[in-house]
Write a new protein. Structure first.
Length: 255
């Protein structure tokens, strides 16, 4: 069965989608058959790998239909990487599943049937704590939280950990916090160093820091990962380092 990671933060603009995309691409590049699930209605992760504006197969289908096709995902240009894309209709899921007894379990049920085809599943979540992120947490083995060095990050961590605790108690006792990753990081600022200490007091923090990089923004415009656009860049090497930390941590736990 696949190891499933939810990339979550209720705050937007923290590098969540960029982290999800590069973890998925990096895992695929390391010979792990990987499924990237885009649950963010903005579809930014999908846009890197899918040219279709309105793909016929999407993540919305598994929330709409409990017996959704197992082969909803699409192949991508990268070997070993598959995509379950987002569509605008995902915005309807919150209303559609309100009051549904199994509303938080739709993704988990689908992955229970489809997940055996993969080594890893990476879920890019929208920046909120609604039905879609909770579905991701219920379906996941691990939570990875991208963070920026700001005071508001601490409030976000506490809210996210509170939600994680509820999911642990009620829906998914196996969910574990794999760690947080500092993104858009500038080590020369005093706030960055101060925030690291505060964050480490709340949850595990990966040693790798992801620097702010214009190259990443350029790669997004070109619909490429940084591994494709500028593979020798500092930020590409940082993402490779982060990937190594995550793989080591998760696969050692499984031994």
């Amino acid at each position: 069965m696949a190891r499933t990671l939810a990339i979550v933060n209720q705050k937007g603009g923290v590098g969540k989608t960029t982290t999800a995309v590069h973890l998925a691409a990096g895992l695929a590049g390391n010979n792990r058959r990987t499924l990237l699930i885009d649950l963010d209605v903005q579809g930014n992760a999908s846009s890197i790998f899918c040219d279709e504006a309105r793909p016929e197969r999407s993540a919305f289908e598994l929330f709409r239909n409990r017996e959704a096709d197992l082969n909803l995902y699409l192949s991508t240009r990268m070997s070993n990487l598959f995509l379950l894309p987002a569509v605008l209709q995902l915005a309807e899921v919150e209303t559609m599943l309100t009051g549904a007894v199994d509303g938080f379990f739709r993704l988990d049920e689908w992955l229970g049937r489809a997940g055996s085809s993969f080594d890893y599943v990476i879920i890019d979540c929208p920046p909120n704590l609604g039905v879609l992120p909770v579905n991701a947490l219920v379906a996941s083995d691990y939570l990875v939280m991208p963070l920026q060095a700001s005071r508001f990050s601490l409030d976000g961590i506490k809210g996210m950990l509170g939600t994680c605790e509820i999911v642990n108690k009620r829906y998914n006792a196996e969910l574990a916090v794999a760690g947080a990753v500092m993104t858009q990081f500038n080590a020369r600022t005093a706030i960055a160093q101060a925030m690291v200490e505060h964050i480490e007091a709340l949850l595990p923090l990966y040693a790798t820091r992801i620097s702010r990089s214009v190259a990443v923004e350029e790669a997004v415009v070109m619909k490429q990962t940084i591994f494709e656009y500028e593979p020798g860049s500092k930020v590409a090497l940082e993402y490779q380092s982060l990937l190594g930390e995550i793989i080591d941590g998760i696969e050692k736990r499984s031994v």
